[in-house]
Design a protein. Sequence first.
Lengths: 385, 528
Amino acid sequence: MVDDRFSDPLSPLLQRLLGGVPLLEESPTHVLEVVGVLESYGEVLDAYSRNLIYQGEQQFLNPFPVFRFFNGEFSLGRLWRHLNHDRINFEYAEYCQKAMLWHGTGGLDAFLESGRFTGICQQVAHLKQRHDPLLGLLSALFPRFLPELIRSAATTHALGQFWRVMSDLFLGLARAHREGRITSIASVVEFVKQGLVAAAGLPIRYAVQLHGGTVAILPEDAKLTFLTDVAVPYVEAVFLRGMPFLGTLSFNAQATQIPHDQGQFGYGALFADPLPTMGAGIPPSLLMQDMYRHLPRALEDVYRSQGRGVVDIHVKICMSFQKAMFCVTNGAINGTMPYPLDDPDPHHRSANRNHCMAWLERLRQARLAALEARGPETIRTPGHR
Amino acid sequence: MTTAAAPPILSLVLLAPLVSAPGLALAPGGLSPVWLRRLSLAVLTVQLLLMVAVLFRFDPSSGRMQLLEQVPWLGALGLDYRLGVDGLSLPLLLINGTLSLVAVAISPLTTPRPRSYFALLLLISGAVNGAFLAQNLLLFFLFYELELIPLWLLIAIWGGAGRAYAATKFLIFTAVSGVLILVGFLGLALATGSLDFSLNPALSQQLGLGTQLFLMGALLVGFGIKIPLFPFHSWLPDAHTEASTPISVLLAGVLLKLGTYGLLRFCLSLFPQAWAVLAPGLAGWAAVSVLFGSLAAIAQTDMKRMVAYSSVGHMGYVLLAAAAATPISLLGSLLQMLAHGLISGLMFLLVGVIYQTTGTRDLTILRGLLNPQRGLPLTGGLMILAAMASAGIPGMAGFVAELMVFRGSLLTFPLATLLSMVGSGLTAVYFLLLVNRAFFGRLATEPGGKPPALLPLAGFVQQVPAVVLAAVVVVMGLWPQGLANLAVASTSALGQPTGGPLADIAMAGTGQPPASGLLLEETAHGGR
């Protein structure tokens, strides 16, 4: 647990949270970085969201979804751009979806484990078996195969809905910044918190068209909502836990290099090494490539003027992205705070404190250095002429 | 008077840098460092083009000296201006031309006293040309000594913090080397009564074995210091550590080769009988030098010292091959000189880029330099290539050279060759240690998990010389026949027994195919 003693590095962060001060230190550069990178992230999330929703609705149980990234608009030109990698890395969205599917926390996961969902799966299987012999055979041979696919599709669609909201929120943040309403990190955190709270009650629902009929995979009466059932599990799965990213670094489960307890995973965005090698968690390359496509001019100019210019721009974007994600996490912590921070009731204050301490414990190994206002300096040693 | 009908091209090769050097140093006006470097590059480009012209006029089928030029000079002293080129000296001449150009190209414009600096570089290049072309013992000695002075100055003035110590040590060692070589040459002249100091292998046959051994011993130690061989090596790591990158490139790539060239040209050629007697001991010396150099390299944490000690080891192969004196091994010894010149030149160049960028060469500090965005990925890639080439990975220059050395020496000196092969394996050990420590892992961060420190960018233009050298290393590995065909007649002639026990040694590998035939056979069958 967080120790209040001066030596604990989390202690100042706890004080900041309880005092209503943002985790990320205030600086004009931080504001530029966070707002700029969230704007590009908003553009990217818009594309991710559209594709995930398309996949959930139009590619449902497609055994060979070869063209799933085309959003139903196939052309030779698009195929060339796809093969030439002149495109958004939708693979990253799938990676996040798999992280959510695998870690599975919150109300969405509880529903996917429920008997109600099993019934829905049986209904889908029944409908599919009549029209799709391959799936019918696979379903008969491997009874858990189809439900797993449907779970995956449900998570895909839910993540698409979540990112739809977040995309609008981040693009709105950029608009507010241009209009002069956002001038500090505190106002960024407050904007995100207000956005999350406003969207908290939005329903999460998902229905597919199957052979002329409509099947509700996530029915409205399951009462799944934005904040507690998708947003918080998303932060848990993608910001905190994540997965050792294949191809970036091999982790050996047998050598206990991966914790047995999924809750102890620390491979998420807030833990990720911004350098593109030897970094656990999200690969900077995919998401950073996408964000570079939509980077606001002002922020790009700042990056170009620093260090190696565009050569290491993905690393710079990733470092700014982590700062921005700390702000979003900060907004989520504040948004889910049990009681107002100025509540005088000692029990309520204690509950707030426990809430913050639980979050901070998860951040103990995170890239807390990103919170400081100073940036990296160019090495200067006596060897330099 | 020139004996050749065509223009005296060897004299032009020699004089182009030698005349330009004082011209550059004394030129009036305030020439900027940019122009000084451009002029030096122009001179060295002309020099290289002249060398290429020599290459076209050279007849590789002959093992004799060609394009001879002679002008009587100080006949009373036995010092005649006699130049010539054969298959042994021509490749070394070309590598001198190439690496001199590289050294000037990578010299920073911020170098203090640029006028003197570039003039001295030209002087070194010219002196080395002279040493490789000289067909008179005193003329060789003159150029051999002439090259020492600018090198000493370049270390003493433009070197690192410990330059005074390193330069003095270099001077003392190489001065002793020069004295011993002079003793050898003068002794030969006095003992034979032939005061024209010509390069005549028949001279020593009129001497007793004891006299031959004494004179050749003096030359052996003299050139052994220059090469350097264990235990005369200790000046080299210090000189490399303190020398600036261009000087290290020249030192490793060219200047050490004066020692091995002298070994073949003077020790082996002039004293074949004594050579044959000492050959087993020389092979043992070579194996010790190889193993010492390799083991010492493993223990280093300074990249430059590691590469320097690797030179001690790799020069041992040349001695081993020379000791065996078979046609194959002698061709291998020349290829090893060339391969080492290119590979070590490349390595010092890359270490220079790392030092300039990170400010350190310490392998306990450097980490993760292969990082594609914040590290030095091109430098790292080339360093891995250089390490592979040095370790003798097929497809690169080091493999061809080492294969020829080992194949040519194995039957003559099996134990020494096997021990040297262990040294070749150790090369992979220390260079993999270097690559693993400095280039793999996570890029070094500041203490306390702070954000990664930013390294300045090493631009592509800065790395062009390294890319060119790396390309030559690969081309030589894939197409060694070009060089081998150029040199094989001359190197085979070096090993031709002139009588006595050398015949036994040279023939010990009976049944071995001619060197050029073997090379074709090896490359055709993938070196099996």
